[in-house]
Design a protein around this ligand. Structure first.
Ligand code: G3P
Length: 250
């Protein structure tokens, strides 16, 4: 299940089927399978004692019943938290998963975009541990790395040269990172631009360079139709079921 072997456009379920289940949980990833996603996107971070867990925010407050910075909590403390009730009582008792658990739960069914979100914590430790886990679970052909941090992309490309890596362009930066030799040197093969920055011309220009374009985060049906018409290589969406339906209608 390599990235190249997936049908285009690749539908990445953003933090799982986030529109219908609590983000970055095993429930949201399993629902992504049911809803017809080709792939999932998830965010990795380290606990205080060095476990690689799947959580978007640096703090626990929004998506669990815990408080404070994730990096100040041990894995045992994080594991005791409820990561589902904030979304709906139907998901009460949901846990913050480890990356290993996600590999075990859906790694055979879905391709996985691992966003390296070590934007505030010690950087190398996370990247090293994630690379080790990918090797340990033999996931080299089933993952794609992404990050807003150029250093992360350079590092994973050096450590796992055969695993694809895409540079995330923050809001307003896609044009620069698409055109500049700097952006292309960091991630020659894949750009992840923000939806409102992704024009027909940007996609065409990247394709002329042989570069794939995966767009975040696409939830508006009109944006989906426009990007599918423009031949986008992939989208990140909170609602893969909706995206699949629109893609089928095109
Ligand atoms: O990877 C696409 C998208 O997830 C990037 O933004 O804030 O959700 O990590 P964010």
């Amino acid at each position: 299940m390599t990235l190249e072997s997936l049908p285009k456009p690749v539908l990445f379920a953003h933090r799982g089927a986030k529109a219908h289940a609590p983000e970055n949980t095993l429930s949201s990833f399993r629902l992504a399978v049911e809803h017809g996603a080709d792939a999932i996107e998830l965010d990795v971070k380290l606990t205080a004692d060095g476990e690689v867990v799947v959580l978007h925010d640096t703090t626990l407050d929004r998506t669990t019943n815990g408080h404070g910075l994730l990096k100040d909590h041990s894995f045992a403390q994080v594991r005791a938290l409820d990561a589902g009730s904030w979304f709906s009582a139907d998901f009460a008792g949901e846990k913050v998963p480890t990356l290993a658990e996600v590999f075990e739960a859906v790694g055979q069914q879905l391709f996985i975009n691992i966003e390296l979100t070590n934007y505030t914590t010690p950087r190398d430790a996370l990247v090293e541990k994630v690379v080790d886990l990918v090797r340990q679970y033999h996931m080299e052909e089933s993952v794609l790395f992404s990050s807003f941090l150029s250093l992360n992309i350079l590092k994973v490309r050096r450590w796992m040269p055969d695993v694809p890596a895409g540079l995330l362009a923050d809001v307003g930066w896609a044009g620069f990172l698409a055109r500049s030799p700097f952006g292309r040197r960091i991630a020659p093969a894949i750009l992840h631009p923000y939806v409102a920055d992704t024009t027909t011309e940007l996609i065409a220009a990247q394709h002329r360079l042989g570069r794939r374009v995966h767009v975040w985060t696409v939830n508006d049906p009109e944006d989906m139709r426009r990007l599918f018409r423009d031949g986008v290589d992939g989208i990140f969406t909170d609602d893969p079921r909706l995206a699949r339906q629109i893609l089928t209608e095109q």
